[in-house]
Design a protein around this ligand. Structure first.
Ligand code: MRU
Length: 384
């Protein structure tokens, strides 16, 4: 195990019956886990340090969890929901009164505005905890957070199988690699395990299908270049990092068979919010007849809204993420350098909305469907 101080946990996960899919140096991990020694602190990978260093953070309280989500030490819609759920469990260890629980839940739910999984996870926790005796709440919260994690893994694995069929179809049509473009990071470190957009790709690779992934760098925070490339490389999947602006050109020249992206919120009518730049990829895909698929667990659907452009709150992050870029210098130090002249203003909307009409289809744990109200209702009739 590379993280020597964590060797006991690594060994535990390694022998955990293959329950965990993703591996780093042959050790299986999830993206969030409870300490096996004390049974209550919560562990995550610090994603602001990847790909340069694999640091595990031990979170022991609500404020640490809120900080980890805001600063994107953890990120990705399903993962921030799961980690926030554990954040509530940590908070309840200190004060499990009604007032404290409602306050802490509201604080955690407000850490990032766009991904609906965050509010979903907190609401689900409260639904269980409001009817739990105060003395039993902390234990019940850990249990519920664990269930959220387990269900996320099951859903993502099912998404992988659904998306795999699409890749198999393309591979059967002609020889050579299936070229898939993705934007941002919707891999296993954005979820509890497997990922959403990357799950079908991992499954295809594991079945011996020749897949190659065009990885959008995903400015300004470069989740593609830093995280998706790291994940794919660790798993042995062929990939090429491209500047965000290269996608349209590659599609025009027949070098993209399909696009698969993840999402932070899907409306009941199939509009898709995802990392800034996704909309431009969808436009280019539409213009070039390239299938544009969106992979999501049902926890990412916001059944209360129908107009994504008007109703999905778009996070506005610090302009510094645009004016500066982080990387590693020749001496191996992680450093941040300024890209723009002193005094230039910068705007940083973190997500955009792709209208449903540009989406070929949605890949969910229950199957694939058109990005329409009817399509979603057919798969999830209980929400109608
Ligand atoms: O700002 P981020 O890095 O949290 O944005 C993440 C994305 O946009 C992902 O594509 C989305 O959350 C889906 S993750 C399975």
């Amino acid at each position: 195990c590379r993280m020597f101080p964590y060797a006991p946990f690594c060994v535990f996960w390694l022998f955990d019956g293959g329950k965990y899919y993703m591996k780093i140096d042959n050790v299986s991990y999830r993206s969030v886990w409870v300490d096996t020694d004390d049974g209550w602190s919560v562990h995550i990978f610090d994603q602001t340090r990847l790909p340069w260093s694999l640091d595990i953070l031990r979170l022991t309280g609500r404020d640490q969890v809120a900080h980890a989500i805001r600063t994107m030490q953890v990120r990705g819609a399903p993962l921030i929901g799961a980690v926030a759920a554990y954040g509530l469990a940590l908070a309840l260890r200190h004060d499990s009164s009604d007032a404290a629980m409602e306050r802490d839940a509201a604080l955690l739910a407000a850490t990032r505005p766009t991904a609906v999984n965050l509010g979903w996870a907190i609401r689900r926790m409260l639904t269980r905890l409001r009817t739990t005796a105060v003395a039993d709440r902390a234990a019940a919260a850990y249990d519920e957070a664990g269930r959220i994690c387990d269900e996320d893994v099951i859903q993502n694995e099912a998404i992988g199988r659904q998306g795999l069929e699409l890749i198999v179809e393309i591979a059967a049509r002609r020889p050579g690699p299936v070229n898939i473009m993705t934007h941002c990071n919707a891999g296993w470190i954005a979820t509890v395990d497997w990922g959403t957009a990357l799950a079908p790709i991992y499954m295809a690779h594991d079945r011996g299908i020749d897949v190659h992934v065009w990885v959008d760098e995903t400015r300004p925070r470069n989740q593609g270049a830093s995280l998706t490339a790291w994940e794919l490389g660790r798993h042995g999947v062929k990939h090429t990092v491209i500047a965000d602006n290269a996608g349209g050109h590659l599609m025009q020249h027949g070098q993209v068979d399909m696009v698969i992206v993840g999402t932070d919120r899907v409306t009941r009518t199939g509009d898709v919010a995802n990392k800034i730049g996704t909309y431009l990829k969808a436009l280019a895909a539409y213009d070039n007849g390239v299938p544009f698929w969106v992979a999501l667990p049902s926890t990412t659907i916001d059944w209360t809204i129908s107009d994504g452009v008007k109703e999905i709150p778009i996070e506005e992050r610090s302009g510094r993420e645009v004016t500066h870029i982080q990387g590693r210098d020749q001496a191996g130090h992680v450093t941040s350098v300024q890209l723009v002249p002193d005094g230039s203003a910068a705007a940083n909307p973190a997500f955009d909305v792709t209208p449903a009409r540009l989406v070929t289809g949605l890949i969910t744990e229950r199957g694939r469907c058109p990005a329409t109200a009817d399509g979603l209702c057919d798969l999830f009739p209980e929400y109608v």
